[in-house]
Design a protein around this ligand. Structure first.
Ligand code: PMP
Ligand code: PLP
Length: 531
């Protein structure tokens, strides 16, 4: 594979929207070829003089790449909130960053350049860093891929919608998906076409079924030519799509000529399988993986299979550095990159120069290997959080596997949670409260409720049980995501026999996570008693 020479992207220009085709290059573009020519006096642009930027330098204290342990410790018994103290970042180890207005060497990152107007694709230092990362980690399977900055995946996706989709078209999505992505496209008359999922996210069988049986009249729209997919740490289900499934989906997209937009914020938060405390004999190896070993341990990006250039990959620093940076990047074919660039020129332009300069300086200071080291630490932190939260569920509820057969694709198991609380006097009838598949990546646990067979379900109102439970949780002091907001099915209603909730373990302190599970147990107990 190493010595295989990749070809260029195929011509996919027929996928461009009318809006995108109508974009003309900025009339100022002609100027650009002379820009930067040594000795030229440029009086053409409307540039403010850097003398008037009211900053002489920007200084920051970055953390060091090894601020968090690279891996989880070898042995952990029971719950482990005590570990948190050991595992929290050292507040002391920092690396100083100084960005002067005027550089000592012309190639240094400097404010005169980063706070000035620039080309919308982003500043060269940061582009170089993300291109190196894309090349070494995602390994696109064609030669002439391009990278270009955007202002985070929200911005990246909206621009992709505008570039690819016309009013009245549909976009293939997971049946449960990120609500903002749908909110971005709907006002343009672009509607989601949900595809059924399993423990690995989108089902390739269901995808083929949707495409092969497409009836334009019945559906009221042409067969979709764009897919929106969150393949790792799927939002809201936490599923991870592995190599074989991605290849199947990619091949179907070749067959049906579909552009895949891969929105992948949680790529480096791959936590692997959850092992319940009762079966946890050891916990991680405690050994840091080498860089190549680490990359190989991660589910590959769709780019890895993209020999035609039909994937637009969206990367973001939101979950690996900080969401307030509003910084991310595209990897896609040169034709799409050029159209996306034209769009950026008339909207965001380049992402904010402060963010670009500070993030670029940090990543250059850390170097490629240092950034990977940071990501290894981050992945371990989220694995600890995931495990801690599910351990809490295991201690407050009685958990059983739904069936002795593991999920055939991921090895994940579906757990069914029963109440542990005893009911005064009454004979306790064991009934399931909810079920879930521990997430293998990302920030979310997705709980599935089945209210079927409870005597008062009809009486309480078929449409509102999920909402009633959501309100009961909130009144009880716990705010979680009600499942219906994640449905890509326009006619979906939490229909009374089913309900879902998305719970995020990414942000709260460990004791708050523990308390949240206490509240859940109490609220659920009462809720089911009233059913
Ligand atoms: N509108 C006008 C009339 C301008 O002259 C300029 C900058 N030359 C802009 C908009 C662009 O503004 P901004 O940098 O805030 O996007
Ligand atoms: N896409 C998905 C699937 C997300 O879960 C999120 C964040 O919640 C985003 C995009 C937003 O990313 P960004 O901050 O890069 O706009």
């Amino acid at each position: 594979e190493k010595f295989m020479a990749f070809g260029d992207a195929i011509d996919l220009s027929h996928h461009l929207s009318t809006l995108s085709r109508n974009r003309v290059a900025s009339p100022l573009k002609e100027l650009q070829k002379y820009w930067g020519r040594p000795g030229i006096i440029s009086l053409a642009g409307g540039l403010p003089s850097p003398e008037y930027f009211p900053f002489d330098a920007v200084k920051a204290d970055g953390l060091v790449p090894n601020a968090f342990p690279a891996t989880t410790p070898p042995r952990v018994k029971g719950t482990f909130s005590w570990l948190w103290s050991i595992f929290s970042a050292s507040k002391v180890a920092t690396t100083p960053i100084v960005i002067p207005k005027y550089p000592e060497h012309p190639s240094d990152i400097n404010l005169a350049m980063y706070l000035q107007y620039s080309t919308a694709e982003g500043q060269p230092h940061l582009l170089k860093v993300v291109t190196e990362l894309t090349t070494k980690v995602y390994k696109p399977a064609y030669a002439n891929f391009k990278t270009m900055l955007h202002a985070g995946n929200t911005d990246g996706w909206l621009k992709a919608v505008n570039t690819l989709c016309n009013d009245g078209e549909g976009v293939l999505t997971d049946e449960w998906t990120y609500p903002s992505a749908i909110a971005s496209m709907k006002p343009y008359g672009v509607n989601p076409v949900p595809v059924a999922m399993d423990g690995q996210g989108m089902s390739s069988i269901a995808l083929r079924e949707v495409l092969s049986s497409w009836d334009e009249k019945a559906r009221g729209m042409p067969r979709p030519h764009v897919m929106y997919i969150v393949p790792v740490g799927q939002n809201p289900t936490g599923a991870t799509m592995l190599s074989a499934r991605k290849r199947e989906i990619y091949d179907i997209c070749v067959e049906y000529d579909i552009i895949i937009v891969e929105d992948d914020p949680y790529y480096f938060l791959q936590e692997g399988l959850y092992v319940s405390p009762s079966r946890r004999t050891s916990y991680g190896t405690g050994k840091e993986l080498g860089d190549e070993e680490y990359i190989n341990s991660l589910a590959p990006s769709f780019l890895r299979f993209d020999h035609q250039g039909r994937v637009i990959r969206l990367d973001t620093f939101s979950k690996t550095i900080a969401p307030g940076c509003r910084l991310g990047w595209y990897t896609c074919n040169p034709l799409f990159a050029e159209r996306l660039l034209r769009q950026a020129e008339t909207s965001t332009q380049a992402p904010c120069g402060f963010g670009q300069s500070i993030v670029a300086s940090l990543l250059i200071d850390w170097q490629y290997s240092g950034y990977l080291r940071w990501l290894k630490g981050l992945g371990s932190q989220y694995k600890l959080r995931r495990d801690f939260f599910i351990d809490c569920l295991a201690s407050k509820f009685h958990l059983e596997f739904e069936s002795p057969v593991c999920n055939q694709f991921t090895g994940s198991e579906t757990y069914v949670a029963y109440s542990k609380l005893s009911h005064h006097g009454e004979k306790f009838v064991k009934k399931p409260l909810f079920s879930f598949m521990p997430p293998s990546s990302g920030m979310f646990v997705w709980l599935h409720f089945d209210f079927e067979g409870y005597p008062k379900v009809e009486e309480l109102g078929l449409e509102t049980l999920e909402r009633k439970l959501w309100i009961a949780m909130a009144e009880g002091g716990l705010l979680i995501g009600a499942g219906s907001i994640f449905s890509a099915n326009p006619s979906y209603k939490a229909d009374g026999t089913m309900g879902h909730f998305r719970i995020s373990f990414s942000n709260a302190e460990f004791d708050a996570l523990e308390k949240a599970v206490d509240i859940m147990a109490q609220v659920l107990d009462k809720f089911y008693q009233d059913l």
